[in-house]
Design a binder for this molecule. Structure first.
Ligand SMILES: [Zn+2]
Length: 448
């Protein structure tokens, strides 16, 4: 699911104003700390170190994980709200209107004015988000999740901003042009182009990754692992040749563990983080690979795109109505006479950012469902290849959880609102009890 999330993030960062974060320290396909209601039976049964739990931490790690979870939760919530409040503040104080007037003085050409305006837009929203991002990096470093030096971190921030400048400005110029061209039905036009844009972003996303990390062929230093992975490729029929398996040098920046599948069609590839390859048993990596393969085989990417497209139809329509209402009420005060003005367009982005925040739980619920399916698929994929799939998968979640310091007993509200993966506790617990092969049965996705 990694690249879908990345691309939605990219498109989202354009539409929804969160500055594009480099794919650095947090693993997108890794469970962020928190737990779904389904885990509450075990989670609430006692302290996280209770023997009934499938994912446990030593007392020392548990204390650190709990403290870090609180920090991550506060930063998540604060970051989401601040990105909305910041837009509103600049509208209220006439900031965007002033930037628009400045852009108009820079050039007579509309497109150049637009470029100045949207570049400024991305710069200021990035700048506004920077302090919280720095606080986040500070804590990830102090809890030894991240090992990325500040210089490298700032370089990544700059690269991400550069990408946002290019991709984001082009997209917003295009969307704003649609708004001016069809002032009444523009939301429908934007909706029509969103789907092909999403697919395009999915295709080009892997091209941006080498900006942040180094890659090498996995077979170079891990030939045995490649041989093992090929067993999963054969069993799942996904046809990823060993030349398309890569090792990502993540250890330069993070102590976290991950692996993922990315690309479409001929560019499909598997990426294993170097710290994953060196720190956990191959059997566990096979499961992670099986999980990622599941996202492909079960068509989670097209389903996610189709779902987003269906949802966005109503979101855009609602946001257009909300933005029109805001402009009627506040437009004169904000220097936004209509949506065709650039400041008016920011009002639309403001409406979209509120909708995005409110709808986050819905998107995450779908995502958690897909992640759970991929967990089942991954566990079934390693059946017959590793001696004990239940133990292997539970061990994998324990190793991942320890590496990222996931909270074994996460806040249910945060889990519901912000987390696109089930909690590590829920995943480990499910794995430990999932045994469809008992009494001669078979799995959901494999006949043997
Ligand atoms: Zn996944």
């Amino acid at each position: 699911m990694r690249f879908v999330c990345r691309c939605l993030l990219l498109l989202g960062s354009v539409l929804l104003l969160a500055p594009l974060s480099p794919s650095s320290t947090q693993s997108p396909d890794h469970p962020a700390p928190a737990s779904p209601p389904s885990a509450s039976a075990t989670s609430n049964a006692g302290p996280a170190s209770s023997p009934a739990q499938a994912y446990t931490l030593s007392p020392d790690k548990l204390a650190r994980a709990t403290a870090l979870a609180r920090i991550r939760n506060i930063l998540d919530i604060a970051g989401s709200l601040w990105s909305i409040v910041f837009l509103w503040l600049l509208l209220g104080f006439g900031g965007w209107a002033r930037i628009e007037a400045w852009a108009q003085r820079r050039s007579r050409r509309r497109s150049v004015q637009g470029a100045y305006f949207f570049l400024s837009f991305f710069f200021f929203t990035w700048l506004a988000a920077l302090p919280l991002a720095m606080v986040g990096h500070h804590f990830e470093r102090s809890y030894q999740i991240s090992v990325e030096a500040w210089g490298s971190w700032f370089a990544d921030q700059a690269k991400a901003l550069g990408l946002t400048f290019v991709v984001g400005t082009l997209l917003l110029l295009f969307f704003h042009w649609i708004v001016r061209k069809w002032p009444r039905r523009y939301w429908f036009g934007i909706w029509l182009v969103t789907l092909p844009l999403l697919v395009l972003l999915l295709l080009v996303e892997p091209l941006a990754e080498p900006l942040f990390f180094q890659f090498e062929p996995l077979s170079k230093n891990h030939p045995a692992l490649v041989q093992e992975l090929e067993k999963i490729v054969t069993r799942t029929g996904t046809g990823i040749p060993s030349e398309r398996m890569f090792l990502m040098k993540a250890s330069e920046k993070t102590n976290g563990l991950n692996a993922y599948v990315t690309g479409l069609g001929a560019t499909k590839r598997i990426v294993v983080w170097d710290n994953t390859a060196s720190r956990i048993p191959d059997d566990e990596i096979l499961f992670i690979f099986g999980h990622e393969t599941g996202h492909y085989v079960l068509n989670h990417i097209p389903k996610m795109i189709a779902g987003s497209a269906a949802g966005l139809f109503f979101v855009y329509w609602g946001c257009a109505a909300f933005a029109a209402w805001l402009i009627r009420r506040r437009g004169a005060r904000w220097g936004a006479p209509d949506l065709a003005s650039r400041t008016g367009f920011v009002v639309l982005l403001f409406a979209v950012s509120i909708a995005a925040f409110l709808l986050e739980p819905a998107g995450n619920a779908f995502s958690r469902h897909f992640e759970h399916q991929a967990d089942i698929y991954g566990q079934e994929a390693i059946h017959g290849i590793v001696p004990d799939p239940q133990k292997t998968v539970a061990a994998a979640f324990n190793d991942l959880g320890k590496a990222w310091l996931d909270d074994p007993d996460p806040n249910p509200f945060v889990q519901f609102w912000f987390n696109d993966h089930p909690s590590t506790q829920a995943r480990a617990s499910f794995a430990l009890h999932y045994d469809p092969w008992a009494n001669g049965g078979h799995g959901k996705y494999f006949r043997n």
